[in-house]
Structure formats: C-alpha cells, structure tokens
Design a protein around this ligand. Structure first.
Ligand SMILES: NC(=O)c1ccc[n+]([C@@H]2O[C@H](COP(=O)([O-])OP(=O)(O)OC[C@H]3O[C@@H](n4cnc5c(N)ncnc54)[C@H](OP(=O)(O)O)[C@@H]3O)[C@@H](O)[C@H]2O)c1
Length: 331
C-alpha cells in the first residue's frame, strides 16, 4: 500500500503521519507533499524521515491512498487528479463535504455507505465529528428533534498560524495574525468566516454536515462556534431535545456501547471531559450528562476531543482502515 499525505507539514498532516505510524498502518511506501516552499523539508516517520515532494511527483508514484489536509483550494485542484489516477482520496478540507456524490464519513456511524467506486471521500469538520460521536447513538435510540450546540474551539483548529498567534501573544512577540483580535486571555465568538445570515462557516458546517451524516434533513440545529485560548482539543456544550422519553441508565448504556466514545461523568469527584486530558487521545469524551427539564425529553452533554486526532487525522486513517478491512479499496 502506497500512501501519500498531502499537507504533510501542517498540524493535521503531521498528526496523520504520526497516527499512521501508531496504528501500524499496512504501508509499503509513504510520500509527503506540501506547498512549493516546503519541498525538501524532512518529516520524521518511524526511525527515519520522509522528504517533502511536489504533488506532481507524488502523482507519478500512483499511490493507493491519499490523505489530504492542505486546505480546500489545494484539494479542489489536486484531489480529482489523484482520483483520476486511481488513488482513493480521503480529504479533510471542506472542498467536497457537501457534494451529493461524495460520502461524508465517520466510520463508526456511517462507514457502511462506502463503496469501492468512491474515489473521493470527505472527512467531516472536527466539531461535527466529535458531536456526532456522542449524539448518533442517542439519535438511533430516541430520535433527535433539535440540537443547540456551542463550541469552544482550540487554536490548533486554525492550523499552524492559530498556535503561532497564541504562543506569540503569550511570549509578548510580534507575528502574523490568524484572528482579528487577541486570542490569549480572550474568547472570540467567531470561528470561520461570517456569512450573509450572521452565522459563521464553522456554524453552518455543524448544521449541514450533521444532517448529511445522519441522513435526516429534518433535525433542527442551532450552532454557535467560539475560539478559546486552548492549544489543542475542542469542547462542546450540547443540548438535545429527543423525540422519545429517555432514562439516564439507557443513555449511559447507549453511550458506553459506542466504539471510540468514552463516558467520563463523575462530577462529585470532579471527573468530566477536558481538552487537557483529551489531548493526544484518539477517543471522544462525554460527560456532564444531565436532564434538561426546560424542554420535553431534554438532555445536556459536554463533549471533548482532540481536534487534530478524531477531529481530523484519526478519522481519516480510520476511513482508510475501514476500506482495507471491508476490501473496498479501489482496484
Ligand atoms: N486543524 C484542525 O483541527 C483541522 C480539523 C479538521 C480539518 N482540518 C482541515 O485540514 C486542512 C489542513 O489544516 P491544518 O490545520 O493542518 O492547516 P496548516 O497547519 O496551516 O497546514 C496546511 C498544510 O497544507 C499545505 N498546503 C497549503 N497549500 C498547499 C498547496 N497548494 N499544495 C500542497 N500543500 C499545500 C501546507 O504546506 P506548507 O507548510 O508548505 O505551507 C501545510 O502542509 C484544512 O483544510 C483544514 O480545514 C483542520
């Protein structure tokens, strides 16, 4: 299996290479691609290093799998070229997610929609992945009528430049800005770009991607996305209005059954999910599970995950592993 990571010098790309190594992914050769300015950069892999090459060079190698994390513009340009050469592309950007013919996949939830013929597969947005890991089992059992979600997103969600701005501010250094205001000691009610309707692109992704993955256009969703001065790990406050009455034991049972989801809920002992404890973990964590008596069948959850892992790199590698295990990789 020849694998190429496109965007290999970025925070997600580097994590993809790390996750491939940790998962002992069955590869015979790995290629690293980034923009022109990074060609020749060395990226550590196992006991060795991979040298960054151009997309054109990687294309000539006819890789079996391409993991893309190079942004939407690069993905729009290069993903069809790799797909045309027979490579199965798993893309982390927003370029293909809402294309009707492109599957948008969280393997534990809807891996079963994948087919051998799919040459471009989209990885959902980080905030969508962790929310759905916690709410999909409840949707299956009780049906979700309405979701109100507020995110507290880390600066690594904005890539290298987000971490750089936070660290520069902490060290009283000047540098390029990822955000229009200071992020250290601050909270920005602004993640992504503002759209005509007053919501941001990050908020719209939560709405549209949730409906596509759960294959349910009727779910009502209201999202607010905020950026917080945390280096890694997104947190989410999720309020659900379920269609059917629920009991706490059933909810805990369903959440415990979900692969890749860990219930961390012992508030009396100060046990609940936090970015600091979720960092570098492939799992998604759920806690603060409690009834919302202000609406019929209401429930509140607090969900945390490492946005670079299950929110991006881990989910992409798991899609590739799913394709291999189900013998779905294109011929
Ligand atoms: N960060 C997250 O939590 C997260 C989560 C889910 C999805 N994503 C998505 O993943 C993608 C990458 O995000 P990131 O956070 O890793 O950003 P990043 O740290 O800024 O990295 C961007 C990567 O893309 C490469 N790149 C840029 N233009 C390119 C081009 N024309 N051809 C080839 N490579 C190019 C960059 O190479 P150079 O180093 O040479 O510039 C770098 O390797 C984005 O689409 C983002 O929306 C991010």
């Amino acid at each position: 299996m020849k694998v190429v990571v496109v965007g290999a010098t970025g925070v997600v790309g580097r994590k993809m290479i790390q996750v491939l190594e940790e998962h002992n992914f069955p590869l015979t050769r790995i290629y690293a691609v980034a923009s022109e300015k990074s060609v020749g950069t060395k990226i550590p892999f196992k006991q060795s290093e991979i040298e960054v090459i151009t997309p054109e060079e990687a294309l000539l190698a006819k890789p079996d799998v391409a993991l893309f994390s190079a942004g939407a513009t690069a993905s729009k340009r290069w993903a069809p070229k790799f797909a045309g050469a027979g490579t199965t592309v798993i893309d982390n950007s927003s370029a293909w997610r809402m294309e009707p013919q492109v599957p948008l996949v969280i393997p534990e939830i809807n891996g079963n929609i994948l087919k051998t013929s799919h040459r471009i597969i989209a990885n959902p947005n980080c905030s969508t992945i962790q929310m759905l890991m916690a709410i999909a089992p409840l949707h299956q059992k009780f049906g979700i009528k309405r979701i109100v979600v507020s995110t507290y997103q880390s600066v690594s969600g904005s890539g290298k430049k987000g971490i750089e701005q936070l660290m520069n501010e902490r060290n009283h250094k000047k540098g390029p800005k990822a955000y229009p205001h200071s992020i250290d000691l601050n909270v920005l009610p602004h993640a992504g770009d503002f759209t005509e309707n007053g919501y941001t692109t990050e908020e719209e992704k939560l709405v549209n991607e949730t409906r596509k993955i759960l294959n349910d256009k009727d779910i009502l969703i209201s999202a607010t996305a905020a950026r917080v001065p945390v280096t890694g790990g997104h947190s989410e406050s999720i309020n659900l209005e379920l269609k059917k009455p629920w009991a706490m034991e059933e909810v805990i049972f369903m959440l415990n059954q979900m692969p890749g989801l860990v219930v961390q809920d012992d508030p009396k002992n100060n046990v609940y999910p936090m970015p600091i404890t979720a960092q570098e973990k492939d799992d998604v964590f759920v806690g603060r599970i409690r009834r919302d008596s202000s609406v019929k069948n209401g429930i509140n959850l607090w969900v945390v995950a490492d946005n670079l892992r299950k929110g991006a790199a881990t989910n992409a590698v798991q899609i590739a592993e799913y394709l291999i295990n189900q013998k779905l990789l294109g011929q």
